[in-house]
Design a protein. Structure first.
Length: 502
């Protein structure tokens, strides 16, 4: 209730008191619905951890499955502790109560003097997603201790500062501040930049400093291979399962970022976000696999259809639409997804050319497509949809301004500034952090351990029990079965002790 309404209800009686009681009840119901919606959406976002786990487990070699699964679990655990103790306070805390721009939050650490628990839960699910992006990139060669340290550092400090700058009402790039940058601020509805670029660029830095897996680009003597070695995934089924779980979880990630559902505007925005998310994923998968097959045909004259291109193309489309899912028309989402699929494919090949080893292509999907998603909003944001979603529709995407005879590029400039800010901030902190781990020999596993596999060297055995029965027992079973089916004749004992007569 507004202040005037609250004053009236404080002294009302008779019919006025009855009206206030009804209004108060309606407000309570609306609040409960919004809380339940965030609880549901946050659970979907957390389910994406299972999607990442399955995708990573299927993409690595059989000898490293246990290791990558444990790292995915530790992302959720380390992210919960780091975000609870420090991260949420740095992201959204504002003990001073001022309305000016601040670099970082300064209250609500460990949720002290804070009761909006649903907000913490939902935002923690996002923080854990940012952290788990790196798991696949450094798979098969990263030490467990280094991974725990990185997960805590990212969720406790690095990621929260990015969140504060773009999503907090006190952030210098925030569209929700009293005086947003360039009159509009950065429009990143669900986190193409905040979540995916942050995690993806961290993964890129880690991959460069950690180095490629043994035998990927260099032989045993350190000489470059003419053609990079490929390490086929051990389970395509797990990869596909992980992809679909991630796609499903994205319906909490994007529509859930309305943060409410009990009003007409929030319901409309959530529904639109679900549609644009679907269109971008579908078009991303198709554009990626078609482009990949076309390039192969032009090079070799033959055509094949790469399942990995389809899966990562869909994920690239999902990442690309995350920033603008609430402010672009569905047909624009198709264009954004199509370009996202091509961006993924091109950046993936660029990494191979640069001899940067990304075991699951997390960097092209999350960093490259995340940057494209942020940039796409600057071109294609619809002014009416921006207003409905809570942004300043007076500064729409550049194409809308240009088509109406104007030249308003304020939103596009804000989007570019956000991309540069995320790259600069993450690079400035994570580069020395990983270099320090590498200097003290805390980053990469021993070459022999890597060759044997991290499951055996770190986790007391392989993920799958592939032991076979002994050859002696197999042969015995064959003889017994053969005798039972009459395929081997066993002569009856002869009379007289079985001795033959001369």
């Amino acid at each position: 209730m507004s202040g005037l309404a609250a004053d009236f209800c404080a002294t009302a009686s008779g019919d006025g008191a009855a009206i206030c009681a009804v209004d108060g009840f309606a407000a309570g119901v609306a609040s409960g619905i919004d809380n339940f919606y965030l609880l549901f959406a946050g659970a979907l976002v957390f389910l994406m951890q299972a999607g990442f786990a399955m995708l990573c487990a299927g993409s690595v070699r059989q000898k490293n499955v246990k290791n990558i699964m444990l790292k995915n679990i530790l992302d959720a655990c380390g992210g919960a502790l780091g975000f609870f103790l420090l991260g949420y306070g740095f992201a959204y805390g504002n003990a001073s109560g001022g309305e000016g721009i601040t670099f970082i939050g300064d209250s609500s650490f460990a949720l002290a003097y804070f009761d909006s628990y649903i907000s913490f839960f939902f935002q923690w699910a996002f923080a854990a997603t940012a952290a788990t992006i790196v798991a696949g990139t450094v798979a098969e060669r990263c030490k467990m201790a280094a991974y725990i340290c990185y997960s805590l550092f990212l969720t406790a400090f690095v990621y929260p500062v990015v969140v504060h700058s773009i999503w907090s009402s006190n952030g210098f790039l925030s569209a929700f501040s009293a005086a947003p940058f360039r009159g509009v601020g950065n429009v990143d509805f669900a986190g193409s930049g905040v979540v995916h670029m942050t995690g993806g660029f961290t993964a890129l830095i880690a991959a460069i400093i950690l180095g490629p897996r043994r035998g990927r680009f260099y032989d045993e003597d350190g000489n470059p291979l003419e053609e990079p070695a490929s390490f086929p995934p051990h389970s395509v089924a797990l990869q596909v399962l992980g992809t679909f779980i991630l796609w499903f979880g994205w319906y909490g990630f994007n529509p859930g970022s309305t943060l409410a559902i009990a009003s007409e505007a929030s319901g409309t925005t959530a529904a639109l976000s679900a549609v644009t998310t679907t269109m971008a994923a579908a078009s991303g998968a198709l554009s990626c696999i078609i482009t990949d097959s076309t390039v192969e045909y032009m090079k070799s004259g033959e055509v094949s259809y790469d399942l990995t291109a389809a899966m990562n193309g869909a994920l690239g489309g999902l990442v690309s639409i995350t920033a603008g899912c609430s402010v672009v028309q569905p047909w624009m989402a198709i264009i954004i997804g199509m370009i996202g699929g091509v961006v993924y494919l091109g950046f993936s090949k660029f990494l191979v050319k640069m001899r940067i080893d990304d075991a699951v292509d997390a960097v092209p999907v999350h960093f490259a497509c995340g940057a494209w998603g942020v940039l796409a909003v600057g071109f294609l944001a619809d002014p009416y949809l921006m207003t409905t979603a809570g942004f300043n529709g007076e500064h729409p995407g550049w194409f809308y301004s240009f088509s109406n005879g104007g030249s308003d590029a304020n939103l596009l400039l804000c989007q570019i500034c956000a991309i540069l800010w995320i790259i600069g901030w993450v690079g400035a902190l994570m580069t020395p952090f990983f270099m320090m781990l590498n200097y003290f020999n805390l980053f990469r596993v021993d070459p022999l351990e890597e060759e044997v596999g991290l499951d055996i060297s770190h986790h007391l055995g392989a993920a799958y029990d592939l032991s076979a029965p002994s050859a002696e027992h197999v042969e015995e079973l064959r003889e017994v079965r053969a005798s039972r089916h009459g395929k081997v004749e066993v002569p009856p004992p002869e009379e007289g002790g079985g001795e033959e007569e001369a």
